[in-house]
Design a protein around this ligand. Sequence first.
Ligand SMILES: NC(=O)c1ccc[n+]([C@@H]2O[C@H](COP(=O)([O-])OP(=O)(O)OC[C@H]3O[C@@H](n4cnc5c(N)ncnc54)[C@H](OP(=O)(O)O)[C@@H]3O)[C@@H](O)[C@H]2O)c1
Length: 251
Amino acid sequence: MPKKSHDGPLAGQVALVTGAGRRIGREIALTLGRAGAAVVVNYHASRKEAQDTVEEIKAGGVRAVALRADVSRTGQVRGMFESVEKRFGRLDILVNNAGIFFPAGWDRLTEEQWDRILGVNLKGPFFCAQAAARIMRRRKRGRIINISSLGGLQAWPDYAHYCSSKAGLIMLTRCLAKALAPGIQVNSIAPGTILFPGEKPTGAIKHVIESTPLKKAGCAADIASMVLYLASQGDFITGQIFVIDGGKSIP
Ligand SMILES: NC(=O)c1ccc[n+]([C@@H]2O[C@H](COP(=O)([O-])OP(=O)(O)OC[C@H]3O[C@@H](n4cnc5c(N)ncnc54)[C@H](OP(=O)(O)O)[C@@H]3O)[C@@H](O)[C@H]2O)c1
């Protein structure tokens, strides 16, 4: 008989996943819900998808709620965490998953694009972590997991803005791990190429797959299962970056 969510390793805990209405964030939210956590599904534009994710989590027997907030706006972030505290009275796990990604050569990138990507990919995770840690430290424990990218470790010429934002997130992970220790553990997962059902690898992605030792792209579950490990186990791990890329980054 399948285990009910409320018997899982995260039973009684509360998790917030940013950008959880779709794709990787959705898979993370469902996985934490299946492990027994009550889940706050943050979204920005994808209201319907976020509500669908909430319904699926609730069907497993745990609480879930969708909260809208643009993570790059600190006022909205503050409001979201206040709402979490009011509704749940605690927060155990924060997954900073929301992110944006687009190419722009160095001579074409605008100030607006620079501010937008740094706002969502780096400033957002910092202020979410700040607000989350203020709640977590009352129980003297918590887990923060930042979804960075292989692009934070490698230099992609048409993505200087994206790579810089994710490299910043990696350093933020290390700094916060020290700042919030010993109670709160902070780690990062750096995914390589992730494909979703129905997505066919095209030109550049095909090339990436061919040059990846495991000869495949990853799937959202590959990321979500590592999030679950870092959220429910890994008691002696903090400040670390877990690269999940099929070996693509092996020098
Ligand atoms: N997919 C990959 O191959 C890959 C590889 C490496 C790293 N990553 C990282 O993994 C994470 C998830 O990637 P993905 O491919 O699943 O997602 P994606 O298609 O890039 O979707 C982005 C997610 O972030 C949310 N988001 C964007 N702007 C936001 C904002 N201002 N406030 C709140 N949420 C916002 C979106 O929510 P709404 O739709 O509600 O706006 C959406 O759920 C990202 O951080 C990405 O950089 C992905």
